[in-house]
Design a protein around this ligand. Structure first.
Ligand SMILES: NC(=O)c1ccc[n+]([C@@H]2O[C@H](COP(=O)([O-])OP(=O)(O)OC[C@H]3O[C@@H](n4cnc5c(N)ncnc54)[C@H](OP(=O)(O)O)[C@@H]3O)[C@@H](O)[C@H]2O)c1
Length: 230
């Protein structure tokens, strides 16, 4: 489809599956995470099956770093001159009682799950506004609607994404830019198994299923501000 798609945290799990899905349809993909080796590995795996491809670029980027985010946006625009879709997917979780969550971990979760969404959206908007179109998909969780024990820090950031999405949808009415949030239940990824090692993949949603939903949302057909539960 030849759109330019940035997916944060796309070296594994939901983000990686989404990158595969967009590539399959002919889109161009920006892959990123905090580790250079993971980026290189993911780019190699994404190119498998489609051959040498200049539709994939990758960056080492911490979504909580303004400097890193600025560089990703600058280099993407230099190469492709537009950004059609932003998927704010990078996330970090913790499943522990509050007393066992140290301040450092709490800050990291807020930095990745919330500050990252703020920074990427802020840096992407000028390009989307100039184009007069674009789709931003913020990955929250079912825990962005309902808190549960041991999820205080993670759930709080997912609730925050709902407020951010609703506000941005309102702020960007009539700009041609659609803003959505997505709320999956348990998905069979490293994130889930690290918190629940006893879980069985067949009881969970496959990342490819979420990728299909993201791909569908990226068409921008649903009303802006829509919250999609899976
Ligand atoms: N799995 C679930 O059950 C589930 C359910 C509902 C919602 N979600 C949400 O779905 C999203 C993806 O989750 P997932 O399960 O696919 O997680 P995952 O398998 O742990 O993958 C997370 C991805 O984000 C990257 N990442 C983490 N922190 C980052 C940072 N600060 N900057 C840049 N990249 C970063 C990771 O790479 P590095 O660590 O190498 O940086 C990795 O590529 C998250 O927002 C999560 O909250 C997941």
């Amino acid at each position: 489809m030849d759109r330019v798609v940035i997916i944060t945290g796309s070296t594994r799990g939901i983000g990686f599956a989404a990158a595969q899905r967009f590539l399959k349809e002919g889109d161009k993909i920006v892959v990123l995470c905090r580790h250079r080796s993971h980026v290189i590995n993911a780019m190699r795996r994404l190119a498998e099956g489609i051959g040498p491809d200049d539709r994939i670029i990758g960056f080492k980027c911490d979504v909580g770093s303004s400097w890193d985010v600025k560089k990703v946006i600058e280099k993407t625009l230099k190469k492709w001159d537009r950004i059609d879709i932003l998927v704010n997917n990078a996330g970090e979780a913790i499943y522990k009682p509050l007393e066992e969550i140290n301040v450092r971990k709490f800050k990291r979760i807020v930095s990745t799950n919330l500050k990252g969404v703020f920074l990427f959206t802020k840096q992407t908007l000028p390009a989307m506004k100039a184009q007069k179109e674009g789709v931003i998909i913020n990955i929250s969780s079912e825990l962005g609607f309902r808190g549960q024990k041991n999820y205080s820090a993670y759930s709080a950031t997912n609730f925050a994404i709902v407020g951010f999405t609703e506000s941005m949808a309102d702020e960007l009415l009539d700009t041609g830019i659609k803003v959505y949030s997505l709320h999956p239940g348990g998905v069979a990824t490293d994130m889930y198994f690290e918190m629940h090692p006893e879980a069985r993949p067949e009881e969970l949603i496959a990342p490819e299923q979420i990728a299909d939903v993201i791909f569908d949302m990226a068409k921008g057909i649903k009303p802006t501000g829509s919250k999609i539960e899976v």
